[in-house]
Design a protein around this ligand. Sequence first.
Ligand code: FAD
Ligand code: DHB
Length: 394
Amino acid sequence: MRTQVGIIGAGPAGLLLSHLLHLRGIESVVLEARSRGEIESTIRAGVLEQGTMDLLNEAGLGARMQAEGAVHHGFELAFEGQRRRIALTELTGHSITVYAQHEVIKDLVAARVAAYGALKFGVTDVSLHNFDDAPGSTRPSVRYRHEGFEHELECDFIIGCDGSQGVARGSMPQAVRHDYQRIYPFGWFGILVEAPPSAHELIYARHDRGFALISTRSPNVQRMYFQCDPKDSVDAWSDDRIWSELHARVDTLDGWQITEGRIFQKNIVGMRSFVSTPMQAGKLFLAGDAAHIVPPTGAKGMNLAVSDVRVLTAALQAFYEEGASDKLDRYTETALKRVWRAEHFSWWMTRMLHKLDDTSPFEQRLQVAELEHVTTSRAAATALAENYVGSVAV
Ligand code: FAD
Ligand code: DHB
């Protein structure tokens, strides 16, 4: 089997890339390890930057997001028993939309299926071949198993969109690869709750007991997170224990409280910052979590995956329409600018809001001083807001 672009992974990066290439008349095949049901139900991100929304709208994928997503013009920082607002739209002219990642995935899969796009679920034993640019080398190919048979997909380019645990990054030549990493000694305990929203906007809370985040999914379903030990077990947390921890961290001195409800999903995720460079070797390119991870505090991961795809689509379009490869050659350099900006922002938000094991009471007071600063200085609030909505210059 032959195609122009072979894509590994049907996350936001792989599916969106395939769809944007299709709109430009470029053929691709997407190979996904999991089933359609699994990718459409895995609970992950929730916050879309305006640039991400604009791209989804331009690609004709925005109808359900516009109907069911919630546009937010600000969020709140809670600390020292009070809540202070960061007025995103007033400070930057941009907003964010809360719309779950698995809903984006459903919209993307539906668009690929409607366009008769080649999308194979449940593939195993994926391996990458001949992607180095050596003169005289044969075309790149991806070998895989599907429905009991071995297959080989020949293509012009292979794009690794297979997330942090995929095979593509490990196929990059070790001699050129350099990884940067910071693992945090804490994780996030996430819950889905059947309840009305506790507040109009998202709340990021710093407390001596640890971080908490109050987000939303719909008028009836809320998403909440709190900092925990990454090795902790979900079973160690009864509903009562979860509510008392969240109340302790988020409720404010004026008597306002989060709204409880029936908890119907619990999970724990670890947190790390990670960048793998370069993002290209010959005809192999990496996009999204395959190349970089951010801690979720800045809500950047999915948005960064989308931003890689935007850069890569323009580069592939220039190659197929004009025979120009300069944008492809500059892919790592172009994509990494936004990646490192987001890495810094996510690390900074994480350090400002979490209980850190390596700090003294002095540094804990510095966290509060910084929160005071970003909620009172318009310049500091604007810098935070520009990073959060993704309008910051890179
Ligand atoms: P993935 O979504 O990981 O997709 C990769 C796909 O490749 C998967 O479907 C996988 O099954 C498949 N795959 C893996 N290996 C193989 C293989 N060998 N062969 C074939 N297929 C393979 N980001 C935000 O922007 N905003 C947020 O608010 C936000 N909140 C988050 C909250 C949490 C709790 C978590 C965990 C993450 C959050 N993120 C957020 C991050 C976001 O979910 C990821 O950055 C995003 O999913 C990256 O997309 P991707 O397409 O690069 O990778
Ligand atoms: C959500 C996740 C985040 O990481 C974040 O910063 C804000 C919201 C969410 O899942 O709703």
